[in-house]
Design a protein around this ligand. Structure first.
Ligand SMILES: Nc1ncnc2c1ncn2[C@@H]1O[C@H](COP(=O)(O)OP(=O)(O)OP(=O)(O)O)[C@@H](O)[C@H]1O
Length: 296
């Protein structure tokens, strides 16, 4: 496997905020990765650094083996779709799609036309007059039709309805199968994208807390449900990720269980269920912010 992105000891500080805090990881070529985390976790800042739009306070970044900052050789292979993309005042969607091939050498005009139909983008209305969802559609189309070897989608579908989001997931998957490339996607709609992701990065308060293959992450936790006494006895010596009580019943999320542990649980009258990626991320990141901890 070849790493398209290699990051080591990366830190970005804004005055008293450490937005990215000593992060190290790599992203393999031709994979779809999710960059997940709560509001303010540092996802956008990290993407800005990886796409050379900001300078790191410390640490190193290699994209296609080189630093991305002011590096045409790297940046012409990168597409970054931001939540808040700005366009020139008089621009219509037509202007965006006409100018896209100047920036993206792999631009596929026929694919873009199909996507414009799929998303029903009004081509001749000025961008400042179109809806939030339509604006997101334009970004999504640019991200897909650019076929950049490395594409970042930063929360790309603000305002997109459920049908449009599904079209995005479907087109991304089918086009990725035909034209493999490296995609990094940040989103809060974790369950919706869960099946798309091959690798998961979770950033919390600037720190990378999960860097794991999506399949192994999905199997890394189980919820155990049963009477309080039986659940308590079963989880007594295990790491507990989350606990809920309802009357005499308990629902406790624990780490990976072996086959014999599963048999033991079932024999104790307990029910086992898988934990969704979203639940797992919520449980891992549902802790007090370090600033609040320090000032408390
Ligand atoms: N230019 C800046 N100046 C000061 N602080 C900043 C700046 N940009 C980001 N931050 C802070 O850095 C932290 C990380 O912000 P970032 O936008 O990267 O988070 P995010 O994970 O993308 O959040 P969201 O999911 O809400 O978009 C936040 O505390 C934010 O307030």
């Amino acid at each position: 496997m070849t790493a398209v992105i290699e990051v080591s000891g990366l830190t970005k500080r804004f005055k008293n905020v450490t937005a990215v805090d000593d992060v190290s990881f790599s992203v393999e070529e031709n994979t779809i990765s999710g960059l997940l985390g709560r509001n303010g976790a540092g996802k956008t800042t990290l993407m800005q650094l990886l796409t050379g739009q900001d300078f790191a306070t410390r640490g190193s970044i290699r994209v296609f083996g080189e630093t991305p900052v002011e590096n045409k050789h790297v940046l012409q292979r990168v597409c970054f779709i931001k939540e808040s993309q700005k366009y020139p005042e008089e621009f219509t969607a037509k202007h965006v799609f006409r100018s896209a091939p100047w920036f993206f050498p792999n631009w596929d005009g026929v694919f873009a036309e199909q996507l414009i139909d799929d998303f029903r983008v009004p081509l001749t209305r000025r961008i400042k007059k179109i809806s939030r969802g339509q604006l997101s559609s334009i970004g999504v189309i640019v991200g897909l039709a650019s076929r950049a070897p490395l594409t970042f989608f930063d929360e790309p579908y603000l305002g997109l309805d459920a049908v449009a989001r599904q079209i995005f997931y479907d087109r991304l998957l089918s086009d990725y199968a035909e034209h493999p490339r490296t995609v990094v996607l940040s989103t809060h709609l974790i369950d919706e994208v869960s099946n798309l992701l091959e690798h998961v990065f979770v950033i919390d308060d600037g720190r990378l807390i999960i860097d794991q293959d999506a399949d192994s992450l999905r199997g890394s936790a189980t919820t155990v449900v049963g009477t309080r006494a039986a659940v308590d006895a079963f989880v007594a010596h295990r790491e507990v990720l989350h606990t809920d009580h309802l009357g005499g019943l308990s629902s406790v999320t624990v780490g990976r269980l072996s086959q014999s542990e599963r048999v033991e649980a079932v024999e104790a009258g307990l029910e086992l269920s898988p934990v969704s990626l979203q639940q797992l991320v919520v449980q891992k990141t549902n802790v007090p912010h370090k600033e609040f901890e320090q000032s408390a």
